[in-house]
Design a protein around this ligand. Structure first.
Ligand SMILES: [Zn+2]
Length: 234
């Protein structure tokens, strides 16, 4: 079976937004407004990441110590274990930063999962941002977000893999029409309803685990997707 489950991070695996939490605690007085502008779509991901970084008034070590105490959805590790048992790969597909995603996943020993996200590397203490998945031509993400989730999904599909996508927010919109199955909450669920994209609903990874039979059916292609997801989610 060739399949991969790609999960958004902020709002999906981590209940809040890691970078927002760090900025509100350790950023400058304009950090709040920066994030509000980002949510209103007035500045792009790159803007909030880089301008936000410049407002931090603590060391990188302090930020990393804070992240060592951040908790993810308690059922996500069990979900990953189940996927591995079934031979399904798991990756993180996020418009956040690989730096904080790996740091928070390390709290549960999952820092080695593949991460498709914006990148932050350090040259000494200097922060260097890069955007390997940016696609300004994508109609659903190109003018706002820095990771085109659709393109990452299409790359897996071109290799003959089925892709199941789990997400919640605006940066997930271009992923939804591309994925073989969408598992959605919050804004992404509303988007799927508006666009008539079939989806399974979740609030927590406990809900995702409860639907594992349907997920496996979708992965294996056993049956029509509309039958697998049922009447409620079309
Ligand atoms: Zn896109």
């Amino acid at each position: 079976m060739k399949a991969v489950i790609l999960c958004d991070f902020d709002g999906t695996i981590y209940r809040g937004d890691v970078y927002e939490d760090l900025l509100l605690k350790f950023g400058g007085s304009d950090a709040y407004e920066l994030f509000e502008q980002y949510k209103r779509g007035e500045i792009r991901s790159q803007g909030v990441l880089e301008s936000g970084w410049d407002t931090f008034h603590v060391s990188r070590g302090t930020l990393e110590a804070e992240m060592a105490g951040m908790e993810i959805d308690p059922d996500f590790p069990a979900f990953v274990s189940w996927c591995f048992e079934k031979g399904v790969k798991v990756g993180i597909l996020s418009d956040g930063l690989d730096w904080y995603i790996r740091a928070v996943l390390a709290n549960v020993g999952l820092e080695n999962l593949p991460v498709f996200a914006n990148q932050l590397q350090f040259e000494g203490e200097k922060a260097v941002f890069s955007y390997p998945y940016l696609d300004t031509s994508c109609p659903l993400c190109g003018d706002r977000f820095a990771v085109c989730k659709r393109n990452v999904i299409l790359d897996f599909q071109h290799e003959g893999q089925k892709v199941i996508f789990i997400g919640d927010g605006s940066s997930d919109r271009c992923a939804a029409p591309a994925a073989d199955l969408v598992i959605a909450r919050r804004k992404l669920r509303i988007f799927c309803q508006q666009e008539k994209i079939p989806y399974l609903s979740f609030e927590t990874f406990s809900d995702v685990l409860e639907q594992r039979t349907r997920i496996l059916q979708a992965v294996e292609g056993s049956g029509e997707l509309s039958t697998i997801i049922g009447e409620d989610n079309r």
